[in-house]
Every structure is written in C-alpha cells, then in structure tokens.
Design a protein around this ligand. Structure first.
Ligand code: SF4
Ligand code: SF4
Length: 338
C-alpha cells in the first residue's frame, strides 16, 4: 500500500483509511480487533463523525492508547457556533483525546447550509477557535455535491475535502480534484463500494486507489474486511488495468446521480441508492447487500407507477439539480423486479 503526503498538512497518510461509520453495528470486541489490526498493518488514517452513533466512543475505547499512531479525522454536523463548539468538546471526550487532527464540517450539500456554517456565528468559527486552542489541527469540509464543493473551497479556508469517488461516482474528477490540487488541500475519497452496491469489490477498491487522492475511506468492521481491503491494494495499478477501470467507471456512472439527497419521495422510495445502483445492477448484478436492499424496498418501488400525485409530473424530478430521469429509472427497475 502506498503512503501519501496529505496536502499542506504535511502528514504522511496511508492510501487506505479506516472508515469507522459502521463499527456501531458490531460488538466492541470485534471493532477493537479490526481497528488494532488495521493500525498493526499500516493503516494510519481513521475517519469517523460525531453523527455516526457511538463510533467515536468505540474509537476511544479501542485505540486511544495508541493515539500517536494515527491521523484522526472526525466531523461535526452542526451549523451553528455554539452547537459545533459543544460537539467538538464531546468528540474529544468520547475519543479520549486532547486533539483531533482533522475536524470536517460534515455533509454540506446546499448553499444555505454552507452560508450558515461559514457565518460569524457558524460552525466554522467554532472549528477555528478549537484550532487556536490546539484541540483541532486542520479543518476540512465534506459533501455530496462536488460542483458546489469546488466553488466553496476556492477562498482557501479549508485544509481538506472529502467527497465520493468510486466506480459509480466519478464526478469529483471534473472540477473538485483540480481545484483541491491548486489549493494544496488534502483529498479524501469516500465510499469506494458506495455502501456495498459496487462489485467486483477488488476492482472497486483499486479504481479509487488509482485516482488522484491521498487516502480513501473504506468502511470496515472486521479483521477479515481489513485484510480484504489491504490485499486489494498490495500492488499498484498499472496503465493497462487503469484504462480498463476507467472504461468500467465511465459506464457505471452513467446514471449521473451525485447522492445529494435533494430528492425525497413521499412514499419513501430510496431514490439515490436506486439511481446509483441502477447501472451496476443491470450490467453486473448485485452483491448480497444490494439484493437485500431491493428485496426490502420492492413493494414501494413497484408502487411508484401508481402513485397518483406523480402521474402528471414526478415530484422527485422537480427537485433534482441535475434533472435526472428518476421516475423512468425506478419504473424500469420495478418492471424487472416483478
Ligand atoms: S415519481 Fe416515484 S420515486 Fe419519484 S416521487 Fe413519485 S413515487 Fe416517488
Ligand atoms: S437523483 Fe438527483 S436529487 Fe436525487 S440524489 Fe441523485 S442527483 Fe440528487
């Protein structure tokens, strides 16, 4: 596995980062083993968030005694100064540490949210204050709209940016990564498997690994998964393989969905997951997690065609900033499911 200098932070980070979002789904014992195995085998970037249930506490319980061995990144979902300040303090306490290496303003997808976070009484000021106090070393931002992120980082107030980059979501390559490069920022890709939909797993990991990012956050919950991730990255991606992966990515990201979640369906059809998995489902089939997803939501998916308020004009499509044909995609999927 490669190591990269993490933009202007100057830290050297492993190209594979440990995504701790799903650790609350497993026993503390299993989480401890996975985290310690990852540190023992060269992973030195740990990513969590205040909003990932008790993930921060699990990190505190499992690896706070090894604090010097990893770059610790967390996030605040708060937009207001006071709430963010409180949340930063809580994160430190939960992770049993005096400082985090990176505090990211989490999941900023709409201009109004960005404005709130950057206002004089916004979350960014709380992050800056924590930085002055030595509780936060660097400040970053995360979001699901690479086009907006590319504009927002331009003034240079962030040290890092976290975005989707996978076989099914390549949009960060257009404007965001070049902008982050110009600014000397740390670049972090998330969800190489897009929440478990993308396969083959090894190709999915190697695609993101082959891109111009410093580290990719892969969600892992067991020693087995850490081993699988590390094994996929044992060798570098050479030109021929890269070109194959690029062609596959161009095909699988044809759906064009950024997972911005602007759309919401009154009958709760999970539109972003369906859009993102639509091409992979058709072309390659699904992994067990993907199959379980479709089984779980089948009755809702099928009822899209009969939902009266959307017959004239689909409610979801009015909200999509990219004008995607969600109704058609969902109804085509429904036809294949019955
Ligand atoms: S068109 Fe279908 S998916 Fe879109 S809002 Fe209506 S019912 Fe939901
Ligand atoms: S379908 Fe459109 S609105 Fe919904 S998540 Fe995808 S890009 Fe966003």
């Amino acid at each position: 596995m490669r190591y990269n200098v993490f933009g202007r932070t100057g830290h050297t980070v492993s190209a594979l980062g440990f995504g701790a979002m799903n650790l609350p789904n497993v026993s503390l014992e299993q989480a401890k083993e996975a985290l310690n195995y990852a540190l023992d085998h060269g992973i030195n970037y740990i990513d969590t968030a205040a909003g990932y249930r008790n993930s921060e506490e699990i990190i505190g319980e499992s690896i706070s005694h090894r604090r010097g061995e990893y770059f610790l990144a967390t996030k605040t979902n708060q937009r207001e100064y006071a709430k963010a300040k409180e949340e930063i303090e809580r994160s430190l306490k939960r992770m049993k540490t005096d400082y985090v290496d990176l505090l990211q303003i989490h999941y900023v997808n709409k201009p109004q949210e960005f404005k709130l976070a950057m206002a004089e009484d916004g979350a960014y000021q709380a992050a800056l204050e924590a930085k002055r106090e030595g509780k936060v070393r660097f400040i970053g931002i995360t979001g699901h709209r690479p086009d907006l992120l590319a504009c927002w980082i331009e003034p240079g107030q962030f040290d890092q940016v976290l975005f989707h980059l996978s076989l099914v979501q390549t949009f960060a390559l257009n404007e965001l990564i070049p902008a982050a490069n110009r600014l000397g920022m740390g670049k972090v890709a998330m969800k190489p498997l897009s929440g478990g939909f993308v396969q083959p797993v090894e190709k999915a990991l190697r695609y993101t690994y082959s891109q111009d990012v410093h580290t990719m956050i892969s969600g892992m919950v067991s020693v087995e998964e850490v081993k699988q991730n590390l094994k996929a990255l044992e060798t570098e991606v050479e030109a021929e393989e890269r070109s194959e992966l690029e062609s596959l990515a161009a095909k699988l990201s044809e759906h064009n969905c950024r997972r911005c979640n602007y759309c919401s369906c009154p009958i709760e059809i999970p539109i972003p997951d369906m859009m993102i998995s639509s091409v992979i489902r058709r072309e390659l089939g699904l992994l067990p997690r993907g199959q379980a997803f479709y089984e779980k939501h089948k009755s809702k998916i099928v009822s899209c065609a009969d939902y009266e308020p959307c017959k004239e004009k689909p409610l979801c499509e009015e909200k999509c900033p990219y004008h995607l044909p969600m109704q058609r995609t969902i109804q085509q999927t429904a036809a294949a499911l019955v």
